[in-house]
Design a protein around this ligand. Structure first.
Ligand code: ZN
Length: 139
């Protein structure tokens, strides 16, 4: 099977009502396992500013990296719409200045893209609605 460059996969992603909560991100093409799907895009801010902004927000679209954070709140599309699942189909690989998304398995077009948020600003206080069999119950 021909491997799509990640930009093609990324540009084909669509935002639509989620099966989990709010809006979600959906595959527009077939995505092969281990393929790069894209990168988290947004405003680059300091870590202290990231924590200040995250306080009191119900939906946090900020990824913290080693020396700075990326705030995707004002971007109209992309990975800020990705919902958490305890059994996700993608994983986030953080480098020093980028947060990249990769497919954990083959993803069919129209499938909702999910990621395991891991440690979040919610500190496990938000109820998880992912519906996975092994759901941890909170984010
Ligand atoms: Zn869950």
């Amino acid at each position: 099977m021909k491997r799509l460059p990640w930009r093609e996969i990324y540009d084909a992603l669509t935002v639509a009502p989620s099966g989990i909560t709010g809006l979600g991100l959906f595959a527009g093409t077939r995505i092969p396992a281990r393929a790069k799907i894209g990168e988290f895009e947004g405003e680059v801010i300091g870590l202290r500013e990231a924590r200040r902004r995250a306080k009191g927000r119900r939906i946090v679209a900020i990824v913290e990296l080693e020396r700075h954070a990326i705030d995707a709140t004002d971007t109209g599309r992309g990975f800020r719409f990705i919902n958490h699942s305890c059994e996700p189909n993608t994983y986030i690989r953080c480098t020093r200045d980028r947060a990249e998304f990769y497919a954990l398995r083959n993803i069919a077009p129209g499938t909702e893209i999910t990621a395991d948020y891991g440690e979040t600003q919610h500190d496990g206080k938000l109820r998880c609605r992912c519906g996975a069999k092994r759901c941890r119950g909170a984010i």
